[in-house]
Design a protein around this ligand. Structure first.
Ligand code: MHQ
Length: 264
């Protein structure tokens, strides 16, 4: 079965690469992914821009720092799960994704949704003061002190800072995050070839928009971030194991079910 049921022609390099239908298809695919991204982000860029001056006061930061480790973990787990839910919605709107078997959709989301959350976090980042939009205001690393995983937080901020410095457009972020999800090397996939076929078209879409934007050099820089994403997710899982050993009941009874399903 192919994805043509929904106007999704698999790309065939042997046929007509530069022919009108194929480039139209890639054009449409890019537009569709960009629309899906726009419809599934918690904040629009202009909203974030307008909120840039909103930073936490010393008192507010102190209140977060005074939370207990388990309280702050639970709080962040809820925030993270909210963000993941938007990513799930994004995935479902990527042309071709819903045509994958349910097992493979879940496998891709299990291993990729956190990576997409972290790429999306760079949209919420202000490089001028190294803060991220969290709980409706901009927060520096010190706000997360009570999580007791400073190395993870520093690495996450570092990643967001570096990605933010590339000054990606919303279109570029949209197609890059689709590509992060459609990774045919993920564990537990039943039909890797089919994931690979969907991915190939999204790769063409990314090349297409970078060419159109005259920013082809970004392609290499974006691919360079992929292993970093992977290591950040591994570090998150490592910290979670540590936390779960200390507070098994918090994880068991207070963490969101989706968070547990994805990470525990
Ligand atoms: C928001 C933007 C945003 C900002 C900060 C999982 C856990 C309990 C602990 C992000 C490890 C810490 C958080 C910073 C970690 C995973 C925390 C620290 C969406 C949510 C998001 C991306 C937060 C998600 C959770 C993060 C990454 O709009």
């Amino acid at each position: 079965m192919s994805g043509s049921e929904m106007g999704f022609r698999p790309f065939d390099p042997e046929s007509s690469f530069f022919s009108y239908p194929t480039s139209l298809h890639i054009e449409e695919l890019s537009a569709s992914i960009v629309r899906s991204h726009r419809e599934t982000t918690q904040y629009r860029p202009e909203e974030l821009q307008a909120l840039r001056w909103k930073v936490f006061s010393r008192e507010e930061i102190h209140a977060y720092q005074s939370k207990s480790v388990d309280e702050m973990w639970q709080h962040c787990a809820v925030r993270l799960t909210d963000a993941v839910q938007y990513v799930v919605e994004f995935a479902k709107r990527i042309p071709g994704f819903r045509q994958l078997c349910q097992n493979d959709q879940i496998a891709l989301l299990k291993s990729g949704s956190m990576e997409v959350v972290l790429v999306r976090m760079s949209r919420m980042f202000n490089t001028e003061n190294n803060t991220v939009f969290f709980d409706c205001k901009f927060a520096g690393t010190e706000l997360f002190k009570s999580l007791a995983c400073g190395d993870l937080i520093a690495a996450l901020f570092d990643f967001a800072h570096n990605l933010c410095a590339l000054r990606l457009t919303e279109q570029q972020i949209a197609v890059f995050t689709a590509l992060v999800l459609l990774n045919a090397d993920r564990p537990c996939l039943e039909d890797r070839e089919r994931v690979q076929r969907v991915r190939r078209d999204v790769e063409l879409a990314l090349s297409h928009i970078l060419h159109r934007d005259n920013q082809e050099s970004l392609l290499h820089k974006l691919y360079q971030r992929v292993p970093v994403l992977k290591s950040l997710c591994a570090l998150h899982i490592e910290k979670l194991r540590w936390f779960r050993q200390l507070y098994p009941l918090t994880v068991h009874s207070l963490f969101p079910p989706l968070y547990k399903e994805l990470f525990v």
